[in-house]
Design a protein around this ligand. Structure first.
Ligand code: TRP
Length: 341
């Protein structure tokens, strides 16, 4: 018997980068290896469409890239259900019923959506679908009766809203068929948000400051060599700063236990002066390559057979649909709208 049902998801708006890797992908592979857990990983293409309606082609491309990234890091379709949101119409149907339980004022209060609306400069033109996506996300989560939802801190309001919807549904229809999910949040700052190569607080595709899982060795090398270090560390002999220095930041994250001693020595040497950036970058390159080369190789193998990739997603989506469909039946029964049964 499975103890936890875990659901996570990503919007397919581009390839995944090493920030996703340390922030969530690694953790998923870990959770997958515990057979008390049942894992669902959803590619949230419908949610991506809520603010990229015109870019459906790009979303389609990203969907396959993201799926390749999943397989490459070791999310195993035999153990984990990988599925595509838009292929499960039950999720949209659930959203219809949940919409009646949420006020417009409540949606307007969602802090993450509020910030996103400001950032996107919609003015009066906020797409209704975008405004409603927290409700659709509640459908994603509850359709699978997920008990745990590992997400970034920015997703806390979505989990909160999902829990409210579950309570409201139970109260309104005098039932207890749904499950109130618990959010699982990053334990530390670095895991939650890996800074970009340029030292910007966030690694992101749009800022052009990321290392992608699909990057080849040359690209990786160029990116590492261009990393932000300590601008006042001009000559090799100058004492350098560790704090804010992205090379050391990444070394701390990607270095394994057996590397800690050397990293510590390098830090001391750097602070004393006499250790150049090229040397520290070469070392980081080695460490990153050790982690990323196997991922890249696996990705290339899967990328050779897109037919198989499609089959994996199709099969996962069929499996997800059968689960969602069961929950939807229960929902309709609780509401008394299962007229012809
Ligand atoms: N909103 C999530 C994000 O932007 C993606 C997502 C959609 C999701 N549906 C979900 C995450 C359900 C967890 C559960 O990262």
């Amino acid at each position: 018997m499975k103890k936890e049902i875990i659901l996570t998801g990503d919007r397919p708006t581009g390839k995944l980068h090493i920030g996703h890797y340390v922030g969530s992908l690694k953790n998923r592979v870990q959770m997958q290896s515990d057979d008390r857990n049942q894992l669902f990983v959803m590619i949230a293409d419908q949610q991506a469409l809520t603010d990229h309606a015109k870019e459906s082609k790009k979303i389609r491309e990203s969907l396959f890239e993201v799926a390749l990234d999943y397989l490459a890091v070791g999310i195993d379709p035999d153990q984990t259900t990988i599925f595509v949101q838009s292929q499960i119409p039950e999720l949209a149907e659930l959203t219809m019923y949940y919409m009646n339980l949420v006020s417009i004022a409540r949606l307007q209060r969602n802090p993450t959506v509020k910030v996103e609306i400001e950032q996107k400069d919609y003015g009066e033109g906020v797409p209704a679908g975008f405004f409603l996506y927290p409700i659709s996300q509640a459908s994603d989560i509850t359709a699978f009766k997920a008990t745990k939802v590992p997400v970034g801190n920015d997703q806390k309001p979505m989990i909160e809203q999902t829990r409210e919807i579950v309570r409201s549904f139970h109260h309104t229809y005098h039932t207890d068929i749904l499950v109130e999910p618990e959010g699982v949040y990053p334990e530390n700052e670095a895991e939650g948000r890996l800074p970009g190569l340029d030292g910007n607080a966030k690694m992101s595709k749009s800022l052009g400051n990321g290392i992608f899982l699909a990057d080849d060795t040359d690209t990786l090398q160029k990116k590492v060599m261009s990393m932000y270090t300590d601008p006042s560390h001009v000559r090799v002999e100058d004492p350098g700063q560790i704090e804010g220095n992205m090379v050391f930041y990444y070394l701390d994250i990607f270095g394994r236990k057996e590397d800690h001693k050397q990293i510590q020595e390098m830090k001391e040497h750097y602070m004393r002066g006499g250790l150049g950036d090229v040397k520290t970058k070469r070392y980081l390159l080695e460490i990153l390559e050790r982690e990323l080369a196997p991922i890249r190789e696996k990705r290339a193998i899967y990328a050779q057979d897109l037919g198989e990739l499609e089959q994996i997603l199709k099969k996962g989506s069929e499996c997800a649909q059968s689960v969602a469909s069961k929950t939807l039946s229960e929902v309709k029964m609780a509401m008394g709208i299962n007229y012809f049964e």
